[in-house]
Design a protein around this ligand. Sequence first.
Ligand code: ADP
Ligand code: MG
Length: 597
Amino acid sequence: MPNVRVLPPEIVSKIAAGEIIERPASVIKELMENSFDAQTRSIEIFLKDAGKTLIHIKDSGSGIEKDDLNNIFFRHATSKIRNLDDLSKISSLGFRGEALYSISAIADVILRSKTAGQDTGWEIHLRGGKKLDLRPVSMPTGTELEIKELFFNTPARKKFLKSDTSEMNQVLNTFIPYTFLYPQCRFRLNHQGKDLIDIHPAEKPTERIAEILNLNSKHMIETKKEFPDKKICVRLILGDINISRSRRDMQFVFVNDRPVQSRSFGFHINQTYRLIFPPEKYPFFAAFINLPADEVDVNVHPAKREVKIRHEQAVISLLRAMCETALLSHGQAKQVTISALEKSNATPASWEEAPARSGEKIFESSGPSDFQKELQRQFSLEDVAHWPASPDGRQAPEIHEDFFAQHDENLQKKLKRSRFIGSFIKKFLLFEVDRMLLVVDQHAAQERITFEKLLQQMESGNMEVQHLLSPILIKLSPQEILSWEEGKERLEEVGLTTTQFDNQTIAVHTHPQLIQEPETAVRAILAGEDVARCDYNTIATWACKASIRAGDSLNRQQAEYQREELLKCKDPFTCPHGRPTVIEVSEKFLDKQFLRT
Ligand code: ADP
Ligand code: MG
């Protein structure tokens, strides 16, 4: 066994830096947080090569005293907490005193700062954690940092950096949420001498959001619930049915004024949107959740991207209830009720004992219980209205594995021989064969068909395109603009000819004939990373995911035609995203449901 050694400080600092600073976006996050903690009213960031060679940030915050300049780069040097008690009620964004220490360990750093009380500012220069210089400079009150040569002494890290576009995407994903949190602050983000974002203080968060994401604030619903005695406040800004995306790229969650990645909050809000959205369409939303500091642990992730919440289930119930009420009362929704939501009218009284809901569905769209309801309606049998209650008290019985009968190699043949017996809610086509019900998901099947045709045309270079007399104008978000600049040639190769219309808008002149909704397809493709280098398969998946309309009612001929087209596909029984296009429901399964043994 080799001798145990304590690592020298140079190595320790690099390890620590690796936990917090993964890429330029992480530097930007830490530095922006410092500026907000210093009450800045303005943040300007200038980047070269997506921040790999230079990150220059300026704020107009409180500044740092000259005497503190020598200390702030030490590990755990912070002005924000003093004792253990402070740690349990953190109100600042930073508190661990690790950011400046970590950044200076792996880059060349110049920090200039001046407080209102000082006549002059001071500049300190560090490289690889070593202090090189401290001298006076003239500057306005505030703080300015120049981070050069990120990862110059940690080549392994440097190798992990992605293309400039992809790093810039991360920068925007980091930067944008803060602009929502601080609408009264001025923001500028400049890359290679060009302003990507330059916005002035806004009155209201909705205005700010609309401006940054290039959305219409008319299409946003605002709702708020506050329980002052419990120090709980939840504010939701929800896009209505007019803002729909094929990916979850316009969804923001904040906990105690901190952007967080919360799979579970996001998941539940998306699920509530199934009330008004078809599957595979995702809304815009921003959820600002404020809880008592001791309900939230921000110390679970090195970069504080994730937080732990003590009564998470209660927050979820509240979110779902608020979301449902807002969406349904906004008049855009179809009438639906979700039984889980009925009991989730979370009030302050039920806060502590809000029930943990177990067994959440994994699929966001039609889960089995929907399906059962649908079957129930299809066969319009009054006496199945009362499903035998299952042990957990829920109405619907468990779905047995043989519900989705195995697709054997005969499915192809069976489908070919089957007889069309009707369609159900413009969503499913029903075929009968050998005492077996085949249910075709019309939308998924169409996606598979379109996908294979589209891919075939892309690969052969024989794209059938539609020329538009008047172009479709699409307003893009900063991320989308960036992605478009990189990927426009690729778009053209796949039949989407686009030109720049103004700073934030592009014009679409042609689109593949197979695509019904070119705007959605363009957005779906632009939401992807590295569009320019994507393969056709991926692009076709995105394009057709986005642009198949749901809900056309098909007559017998059309249904049979769709079946023929589906059977011509190489891979007919899954849609391009892996969901089934056809399922078999056996007589045995139905008998079981009716308690006929
Ligand atoms: P933390 O934010 O966790 O305290 P940092 O390493 O990020 O640790 O910063 C160390 C200290 O430097 C902060 O506590 C703060 O006092 C000071 N500081 C850093 N950036 C700024 C800034 N932009 N304006 C004012 N003070 C700053
Ligand atoms: Mg900090």
